[in-house]
Design a binder for this molecule. Structure first.
Ligand code: BTN
Length: 246
């Protein structure tokens, strides 16, 4: 992954550019990145603040896996980011399914967009937004209590080229395994050990529905097991943890 890398000072959204170029034959492994985004997008149709100093990039993968394994793409990307940050002494954690937390606050988000052909993923763009080297007052005021930047938490800037190279190397390794049929299950133990969500009382958005419970386990297929009442569990395949006690 990482060939070519298409850099621009400014883009509306690296995911949008990658989706557009994917239709025009951009090859597998290409990375679209930008110094800043003017229309960065998050999950659930939210805006994603993307000032200069952050890392905003999107990886295009072609025929990565069967459609039923599509959720693995983001789970594995989260692991790649977490590994890279930890190797640099930044104590990152994963918030299920694919946010990265630093000192309990969100420092990175991942937005995967999938284009399927029958039972296969034809191509996917995996957008990664890492709040690296800018002061938190550049984040919108309403999210400052739950979002942060690496610079703010550690006091020193992240080496962005090195971090990008590391994340791409890790993703490459994990996605090759996924393509060969060893997806999330192969790294399940490591992933679970880095997951900050387990054991917490959480509220999860599942579509329009809100489900409360205690996050008891992640299953080998990546789904979350919630205990919604004593002895009653509910499996959430895809959703977003809205709040947690920590
Ligand atoms: C989330 O809501 O947590 C996902 C945020 C994803 C942001 C990244 S930044 C690079 C790429 N381009 C976008 O417009 N979004 C993703």
């Amino acid at each position: 992954l990482g060939s070519p890398i298409l850099w621009a000072e400014s883009r509306a959204s690296t995911n949008d550019t990658a989706l557009e170029l994917a239709e025009k034959g951009l090859p597998h492994g290409a990375v679209v990145t930008a110094g800043e985004q003017t229309g960065g997008r998050g999950r659930r149709d939210r805006a994603w603040a993307s000032p200069r100093g952050g890392m905003w990039f999107t990886v295009l993968v072609r025929n990565p896996c069967a459609l039923r394994h599509a959720p693995d793409l983001t789970l594995l990307a989260a692991l790649a980011v977490c590994r890279s940050l930890r190797s640099q002494g930044v104590p990152a954690w994963i918030k299920w399914p694919n946010d990265i937390l630093l000192n309990g606050k969100k420092v990175c988000g991942i937005l995967a967009q999938i284009r399927a052909e029958g039972e296969m993923v034809d191509h996917a763009v995996i957008g990664i937004g890492l709040n690296a080297n800018f002061p938190i007052d550049e984040l919108p005021e309403d999210i400052r209590h739950r979002a942060t930047t690496v610079l703010h938490e550690t006091g020193s800037p992240l080496d962005r080229p090195r971090t990008l190279a590391q994340i791409l190397t890790e993703m490459d390794r994990l996605y090759r395994d996924l393509r060969d049929g060893r997806g999330f299950e192969a790294v399940y133990a490591e992933w679970t050990s880095l997951c900050a969500t387990l054991g917490q009382a959480v509220e999860v958005a599942v579509g329009e529905e809100r489900v409360r419970g205690i996050a008891r386990a992640i299953q080998p297929d990546g789904s979350l097991v919630l205990e919604t009442a004593p002895g009653v569990t509910r499996i959430v395949v895809s959703g977003e943890v809205l709040f947690s006690e920590r």
